[in-house]
Design a protein around this ligand. Structure first.
Ligand code: ATP
Ligand code: MG
Length: 440
């Protein structure tokens, strides 16, 4: 700030002095000014370009960071945490690189500018000095002191500015790790025992769970689910179906006792190994910014073939993606094509079909479909996940009639348990629900 009035005073004083000495010198001075102005303008354009690129990279970085936080389980389930952290680091590196280039450029132009103005100033002073000796001595002393202070201040300010920016970026990375470390279910993501899928059963042993510490909703709840079977959870809203699926996939953990998968306690195993074997369609599916192809292939270790992709799209009744002008290459997400909830849900089903894991949790997979398409998706799910352990939550009983076993939930308890035929014969709650849905 000091430099502005000082530069202005020196500038007008120079003009006045030159004019008093010889008006022709003023012409040379103005010509020089025009050249310098063009140089400054060019430098300014380049500087703005650096700023623009940095702003774009920064917003990409922030979006990616927020996306990671929002979809932490999707990332875990797809076993992509290292890739996401690498991506963040890469973006961070790009930001630092552009920042470095911008600062180098700033310093070079700043120093060149300084050299030019100083050459002009000192040339003028020399000219004036040869004629008015007293003026020169006082003026140059003053200018020198001001320049030293100015250099010192801008130097210190620049260095602290850069340091602050770097610290800010690194604090974001640290924040992500802190978030993961402090998230109780993710804490031991890289520790604990290795999970091995052995095709055993799921056992829920005496668990208690509550969303709030003060009251449990599942109390001493136990259940066994055979491997390679299709089990349906049905029942009234808020009966606890989604909560149990979240517990089984360890998205939330019970307050008491444990869940055993293949005889291994979920609280003791390395979750990343477990997530490799599960596919979880949540009630609130999420898509990433990127192409449909990238979204579909996200959980896979290798690129799927076009045939595999198209088959998953067909089976999951995701044909709407092919209607987009660019098909699978259509960019989706907040910035591009925004998908509706039902479209996200179908895409999520296609993703699970492509991943084809050993244990599959589907929370309301067909709730957004009409009866005809629901039937077709059910057939596809049935064929694809024939010998897998499938847990399917559904309100429409049409979806669950072929399940090996149906569990009816009411107020956090299983009140009926059996096949479709058995429960119809029982004539209880399930039979009543069926009646209300028009039977079939
Ligand atoms: N994150 C949460 N925090 C606090 N309470 C919750 C939370 N999620 C669910 N609940 C409560 O848990 C109960 C059971 O919810 P849950 O979602 O498991 O039921 P649901 O059987 O899946 O219901 P729906 O058929 O409507 O999906 C509800 O009373 C709900 O208010
Ligand atoms: Mg639910």
């Amino acid at each position: 700030m000091v430099s502005v009035p000082v530069s202005m005073i020196s500038f007008f004083m120079s003009i006045y002095i030159i004019f008093t000495i010889n008006p022709q010198y003023l012409l040379v001075f103005v010509a020089l000014l025009v050249v310098v102005w063009f140089l400054i303008h060019a430098a300014q354009q380049k500087w703005l370009w650096y700023r623009r690129i940095r702003a774009v990279l920064e917003s990409e970085y922030t979006r990616q960071f927020i996306r990671n936080i929002m979809s932490k389980f999707e990332i875990l389930q797809s076993n992509k945490i290292e890739k996401e952290v690498d991506n963040l680091n890469e973006k961070l590196h790009e930001i630092l690189e552009i920042e470095k280039k911008k600062h180098t450029f700033e310093h070079i132009t700043y120093n060149i500018g300084n050299i030019i103005t100083n050459v002009i100033r000192w040339s003028l002073l020399f000219l004036v000095g040869t004629r008015i000796l007293m003026w020169t001595a006082n003026y140059s002393d003053l200018t020198l002191v001001i320049l030293i202070i100015w250099y010192f201040e801008t130097g210190v300010l620049n260095i602290t500015g850069i340091y602050k920016k770097i610290l800010k970026r690194f604090s974001n990375i640290t924040q992500l790790w802190e978030f993961i470390d402090n998230s109780p279910k993710l804490k031991n993501i890289n520790e604990w025992k290795k999970f091995e899928y052995k095709k055993w059963a799921i056992q829920v042993v005496d668990i208690s769970f509550g969303y709030h510490d003060t009251s449990f909703v599942f109390e001493n709840f136990s259940i066994g689910i055979d491997s390679g079977t299709k089990t349906a959870f049905v029942g009234e809203s808020w009966g606890g179906k989604t909560t149990l699926v979240k517990l089984l996939s360890w998205y939330i953990s019970p307050n008491q006792w444990d869940i055993l998968i293949d005889g291994q306690k979920l609280s003791e195993i390395r979750l990343m190994d477990y997530y490799k074997h599960i596919g979880y369609l949540t009630q609130d599916p999420w898509v990433f910014d990127g192409t449909i192809r990238e979204n579909l292939a996200y959980a896979l270790d290798s690129e799927p073939t076009q045939d595999q992709l198209e088959m998953a799209v067909r089976n999951a009744k995701c044909e709407f993606v092919l209607e987009f002008e660019k098909g699978l290459e259509t960019e989706i997400g907040e910035r591009w094509v925004r998908l509706s909830w039902w479209q996200k849900q179908r895409l999520a089903i296609a993703k699970i079909m492509l991943k084809n894991p050993d244990i599959i949790f589907l929370d309301e997979p067909t709730s957004a479909l009409d009866s005809f398409n629901e039937e077709q998706v059910n057939i596809a799910l049935h064929n694809l996940f024939k010998n897998k352990t499938v847990i399917i939550v559904a309100h429409r009983l049409q979806t669950v009639k072929t399940a090996d076993r149906i569990l009816l939930f009411e107020k956090w308890r299983v009140i009926e348990d059996g096949t479709h035929e058995e429960l119809v014969k029982l004539g209880g709650r399930y039979a009543r629900m069926l009646e209300l849905q028009g039977g079939f």
